[in-house]
Design a binder for this molecule. Structure first.
Ligand SMILES: Nc1nc2c(ncn2[C@@H]2O[C@H](COP(=O)(O)OP(=O)(O)O)[C@@H](O)[C@H]2O)c(=O)[nH]1
Ligand SMILES: [Mg+2]
Length: 306
């Protein structure tokens, strides 16, 4: 008789430079938009768990902020969050954006530094070579060879996470690296982040998409009230605050006759309704919290949860 197949479960941290596609990969694996995605770097500020449960395995993905040369308190905290996700992980996905790397012709210094830190943990590492839809195949192979030489990866998976190309292979390799063990979370659980946290992220996503220059990086969103109201339909009443650092930013965020804030509200409400599968009534307020990104105290004041 053959051995019974034992259940596997574990934590997989996804790390890499900003904007390489970490959140996109996690969302694709989960089949749900859990982590916000924008074309701007440093969209993700917190560690976000995404739980994928299968018949034979449960993988708890940890999406993390991009690792960069951080200036300012908020940025330093974000980089610390990314590295701290390695503690307690069973495996690591190190992601690179192949189009960035090819432009340079070699692995960037920062990527090698990240790899060095990852190597110190002794964990198995999958190299996710993302955005292959942007490059010619003949350019891809030498880059993969140079990475393979630099580090003993458990697997190298070329992918286009945005289209799901390479994602099944990535998942297969990830499952293989998970240790035997029972589920950490009940079937059907998607994240250990609170509903309120996810709601604030959808607002922040629209701020990232609809504003420019320093504004996205000066914004934090917190919840003032979430209340279920049973009228005819189930309706969630949400009141949230968008914190900015300066008065001029408040004006820009509100826009002419309130046009921009209205649009941000309506788009983020649509995302909330998709995620929550419920109707949402959203009220947004813009508040000034002077230079909140510069200190831990400021971050606390705007409800920044690590
Ligand atoms: N062309 C292309 N773009 C991608 C791919 N994956 C992600 N992106 C885009 O890259 C940007 C950053 O993605 P995001 O997931 O937020 O990156 P993160 O900062 O590493 O979490 C977004 O505009 C994504 O749509 C991909 O496979 N191909
Ligand atoms: Mg991200």
């Amino acid at each position: 008789m053959s051995e019974p197949i034992r259940y596997r479960s574990g934590f997989m941290a996804i790390v890499g430079r900003p904007n390489v596609g970490k959140s996109t990969l996690m969302n694709n694996v989960l089949g749900t938009k859990l982590a916000i995605v924008t074309p701007k770097p440093q969209t993700t500020r917190n560690k976000i768990t995404g739980i994928a449960t299968y018949d034979d395995c449960q993988v708890v993905f940890l999406d993390t902020p991009g690792i960069h040369e951080a200036r300012g308190s908020l940025n330093r905290v974000m980089v610390d969050v990314a590295y701290s996700s390695l503690d307690g992980a069973d495996a690591v996905c190190f992601m690179v954006d192949v189009s960035q790397e090819i432009k340079r012709g070699e692995a960037s210094r920062l990527n090698l530094e990240i790899l060095r830190r990852v190597q110190e943990t002794g964990l198995p590492v999958i190299l996710a070579v993302n955005k292959i839809d942007n490059v010619r195949k003949d350019k891809l192979l030498p880059l993969i060879a140079s990475y393979a030489e630099a580090f003993p990866f458990a697997a190298i998976v070329p992918m286009a996470a945005i289209h799901g190309d390479g994602v099944p292979l990535f998942l297969e390799e990830t499952k293989r690296l998970m240790p035997e063990g029972e589920k950490y979370y009940k079937e059907g659980e998607l994240t250990d982040r609170s509903r309120d946290f996810i709601i604030t992220e959808f607002v922040r996503e629209q701020v990232f998409l609809m504003t420019r220059q320093e504004i996205p990086y000066s914004v934090a969103v917190s919840i003032d009230l979430v209340e279920e109201r049973e009228a005819n339909d189930a309706l969630l009443h949400v009141v949230a605050s968008i914190h900015v650092e300066r008065k001029s930013q408040k004006g820009m965020l509100i826009g002419k006759h309130g046009s921009l804030i209205k649009e941000i509200g309506s788009r983020s409400r649509t995302e909330m309704e998709k995620y929550l599968k419920s109707r949402v009534y959203l009220e947004l307020h813009v508040r000034i919290e002077k230079e909140w990104t510069r200190s831990l105290r400021g971050m606390k004041k705007v409800g920044f949860e690590i």
